[in-house]
Design a protein around this ligand. Structure first.
Ligand code: PLP
Length: 449
């Protein structure tokens, strides 16, 4: 312990002394490194004790690492189009430019005509509501926030009724029922895991479920089964029937659609926001960065009265999106307004033909001098809580390696970082999710490997 270098000696070392960084920051890192060293020595008295220069080098490496631009861009070669851990929907160029343009001073909450104060939502409301066919729409930070806000604002103490068959867990432990209840509104589980009937919802609206003590649920909640399917002896009430029940009993039907498709250029097996509204849903909730192909955002679309109640609820302020998200969402919606399949990366990836992917794979393997066998037919998925179990034919390049895990790591740490997927003990790079502009960089990275 006595041989551990003093903090001030470390700070004077050649790797740290000339650094033009806040001294408190550098000191903090040096202290962290020294604390870790002490802990190591307490565990193992024979542990080697580095000198001041070595400690300084460790601290410097940590600081350099912290100050690298983050998050780092990666090449998504996983074949999962909407990969939540890789930032979900890649934004369209127009959306990226709109974000940058809004990053400075912008007319976020001022009407340039009159000079008077306006609302940040005015930029989105008319276009968004018209595109999805809703009376009105509101935008929050993400879909979890949309769920939290709508259930809290609309259901109050009575709570929401949700089928046990729709108590979805999305990922990273996020559960629809938990988020719906997070603002304090009760969530009443109705039906059973595999079968829920109209009479189960009716009981919730009568307040006759166990523990309800006669207090009826105020909202019917529907959750789209984003990431799984049920088979066998199963029954869910149809959305349309549930909408009729809601009308008859004078309560709102809120539907968490998750994916938020506008239809254009995407497989039509996934319900769209408009279809949900047409089936009688009063308020549809969805993400901005799933099938909409935009930035992280949560959209509430439906009846003017319900949207208004959500917008005016105090919690709405805590969940509002920032100016760059509004700009990116507006730009993405503008692209969706075009009659052709919009020039959105997500739509582009889904629409790529297998032949075009095969051509690219062959060009890549030829450039690397790899055999034809490195070009492989595989299955890609949309992911991100849409089209569960649905796969798209795709083409991958199989990286020849004895150690797929180690090679995958080397690729992740490459420049650019490439994230592939390991399947049947092979490292594959699925080209459906790779921007063709990145093919040359991919070849360069693989050549260096
Ligand atoms: C993805 C998803 C959510 C969460 O959306 P975020 O925008 O990630 O908050 C909620 N509900 C459903 C059904 C989803 O698919």
């Amino acid at each position: 312990m006595a041989r551990i270098p003093k903090v001030d000696r470390v700070l004077e070392a050649a790797t740290l002394a000339p650094l033009r960084l806040r001294r408190e920051l550098v000191r903090r890192v040096v202290n962290d490194v020294l604390d870790e060293l002490r802990a190591r020595i307490r565990e193992d008295a024979a542990a080697e004790v580095p000198d001041a220069d070595q400690v300084a080098a460790q601290a410097r490496a940590r600081l350099d690492d912290w100050l690298e631009p983050r998050p780092r861009p990666v090449v998504n070669a996983t074949g999962v189009v909407l990969h939540t851990n890789l930032g979900r929907a890649p934004l369209a160029r127009g959306a990226i430019e709109a974000m940058a343009a809004a990053a400075g001073a912008c007319d976020l909450e001022v009407d340039l005509q009159s000079g008077r104060r306006s609302s940040r939502f005015d930029h989105l409301r008319p276009l968004l509501a018209a595109l999805v066919g809703a009376e009105d729409a509101h935008v929050v930070n993400n879909n979890a926030a949309a769920l939290l806000l709508s259930c809290t604002a609309l259901a109050g103490e009575g709570g929401v009724a949700l089928s046990r068959g729709q108590m979805v867990e999305i990922g990273d432990g996020f559960r629809v029922a938990t988020m719906a209840a997070a603002g304090g509104c009760p969530v009443w589980a109705v039906g059973s895991t595999n079968r829920t009937h109209l009479r189960d919802y009716e009981a919730a609206l009568d307040g006759t479920l166990p523990q309800m003590h006669g207090r009826p649920a105020q909202v019917l909640l529907w959750a789209h089964l984003s990431n799984f399917t049920q088979e066998g002896f199963v029954h869910e009430v149809e959305l349309r029937q549930l909408a009729e029940l809601a009308k008859r009993r004078g309560v709102p039907l809120v539907a968490d659609l998750g994916s938020g498709s506008l239809g254009t250029g995407l497989p039509d097996r996934e319900p769209t926001i408009t279809e949900y509204l047409q089936q009688g849903v009063d308020l549809v909730l969805c993400s901005g960065d799933k099938l909409l192909g935009g930035p992280q955002a949560g959209i509430l679309a439906g009846s003017a009265e319900l949207v208004q109640r959500c917008r005016r609820y105090p919690m709405a302020r805590a969940l509002r999106p920032d100016k760059t998200a509004i700009a990116a969402l507006h730009a993405t919606l503008s692209l969706h307004a075009s009659e052709a399949a919009p020039s959105i990366p997500l739509v582009d990836m889904v629409g790529r033909s297998v032949e075009s992917l095969r051509d690219r794979a062959q060009a890549i393997t030829t450039a690397l001098g790899w055999s034809e066998r490195a070009v492989r037919e595989v299955s890609a998925t949309i992911g991100g809580g849409s089209l569960p179990g649905d796969v798209m034919p795709s083409i991958a390049v199989v990286v020849p390696t004895e150690h797929p895990d180690r090679t995958a790591r080397a690729l992740r740490l490459g420049d650019p970082a490439v994230v592939g997927r390991i399947q049947d003990d092979e490292l594959i790079l699925d080209l459906r999710t790779v921007d063709p502009d990145a093919d040359d960089a991919l070849v360069a990275v693989l050549r260096r490997l």
